[in-house]
Design a protein around this ligand. Sequence first.
Ligand code: COA
Length: 257
Amino acid sequence: MAYQNIIAEHEDHLGFITIERPKKLNALNKATIEELSDAFKVLEADSDIRAIIITGSGEKAFVAGADISEFSDFDVQEGKELAEKGQTMLFDLVSELSTPVIAAVNGFALGGGLELAMACHIRVSSENARMGLPEVSLGLIPGYGGTQRLTQLVGKGKALEMITTGGMISAEDALKWGLVNYVVPQEQLMDFCEKLGDNIAKNSPNAIKAAIKAVNANVKESVDGFKVEIEEFGNCFGTKDFEEGTTAFLEKRKPNF
Ligand code: COA
């Protein structure tokens, strides 16, 4: 599989996807989202592959968010489309994939990066990783499922704390709060995830597919929440705060709200 922004490969029964934009801390631009969507579908279609591990290139970042430079001039309609297309094309696809996906969170997982990790079925973090949903600092809210999946994983109180402060939490706190399943030293991260993948590979693929469907059904009532998120995310694009937040980031200064 030849891509520009990611590497997708497989070895024995495991698929591997690495996001390869290290200079942009693996930020998710449109092309990367499209390539990820394609790679997940290709790996899922291969019945020899029993688990998929996704990680970011380099030692600093898993994914530092959606690529802010791509949407800083969007209007309300474009904002809604950005969230809706992204959710359908990648985040819901991953969450509903019949092959289990393990996020190897090797560094910063912010905004869309944490949303991608949360869409995965299992999360393992390295000790250096930092996680957060900083969208409110840009005059936005999370738009790739973050308001729903963070609440499902850590509960409403902690989710609202993370979303309203926009702050980052340590891997240790993420483990304490149930946001990640394990924290391991960075050099052991991939081996650890591969062992989890090996354990999954011993089991019935049909049963695993059914289990993912059944577990996901448990949280289906939040489906309207995803729609509200798309609406509210899009509306942010009509505000002065959004203009100021994204401009300040691109000009490398603090926003003045
Ligand atoms: N979108 C676009 N570019 C991004 C990005 C993003 N989400 N995150 C990082 N980058 C780019 C930076 O603009 C910089 O590019 P440049 O070298 O061309 O100027 C490069 O990646 C390195 O980032 P930098 O900010 O210099 O690294 P740092 O170590 O000082 O800070 C972070 C790291 C993660 C704290 C910081 O990059 C950050 O806050 N990123 C944005 C996080 C965010 O708000 N994500 C949510 C988006 S919805």
